[in-house]
Ligand binder design. Structure first.
Ligand SMILES: NC(=O)c1ccc[n+]([C@@H]2O[C@H](COP(=O)([O-])OP(=O)(O)OC[C@H]3O[C@@H](n4cnc5c(N)ncnc54)[C@H](OP(=O)(O)O)[C@@H]3O)[C@@H](O)[C@H]2O)c1
Length: 170
């Protein structure tokens, strides 16, 4: 399966100044436990937003950057969306692939995604970049939602959306 995983605020915002909107230890733990051992794929800005711009440990990292001179250590570097899809398809033969951002990659990969693991943050984080409002897309249905809970002093809610008509990677 291809699964997008993210947290978004009450306005579907996901980031500001190439960083996250909130510090959410519980959500971070969920992200780490869910993605460890699998393949994660991302855009260049998201890789650069990690501490030391280093890939995520114990995961295969596929990174899309438009500039072919940008080659990062410890990742599968790709420079076209076609090659990105090709690497995702290959990795998908061995297990789940998680799309981990950012905004441009979430948008382009959404039609191919089987599920979205969405952590809804019940707060406005004054975002500059946004996710797609899934409630406006008829093909996306809520598969499950946990009761709201506190992550530090912020209320969050774990939700899963399912794509009823995912596009196949050719
Ligand atoms: N809330 C969350 O869960 C979450 C998770 C991850 C990231 N984020 C946030 O999202 C923000 C980053 O998002 P972003 O959209 O700016 O960056 P991004 O998606 O991480 O990366 C964009 C990069 O990918 C390249 N790229 C994208 N599509 C391409 C294509 N079709 N062909 C070739 N290259 C392509 C872009 O090149 P060009 O610009 O040259 O096209 C650019 O270098 C940050 O604020 C980050 O913290 C939030």
């Amino acid at each position: 399966m291809i699964i997008e995983i993210l947290n978004c605020d009450s306005e579907w915002g996901i980031g500001r100044k190439n960083g996250l909107l909130f510090r959410l230890p519980l959500d971070m733990k969920f992200f780490r436990e869910t993605t460890t051992g699998h393949t994660v794929c991302m855009g260049e800005n998201t890789l650069l937003s990690f501490p030391g711009s280093k890939p995520l440990r114990d995961r295969t990292n596929i990174v899309l950057s438009a500039d072919p001179t940008h080659e990062y250590e410890g990742v599968v570097n790709v420079h076209t969306f076609e090659d990105f899809l090709c690497e995702i398809k290959k990795a998908g033969e061995h297990g789940d692939v998680f799309v981990i951002g950012g905004a441009s990659i979430y948008r382009q990969m959404l039609p191919y995604s089987d599920k979205v693991y969405l952590t809804k943050v019940h707060k406005n984080g004054n975002a500059e970049v946004f996710y797609t409002n899934l409630d406006e897309l008829p093909e996306f249905v809520i598969e499950s939602e946990q009761p709201p809970q506190m992550d530090g002093d912020i209320e969050i809610q774990f939700m899963t959306y399912r794509n009823t008509a995912p596009k196949k990677i050719q």
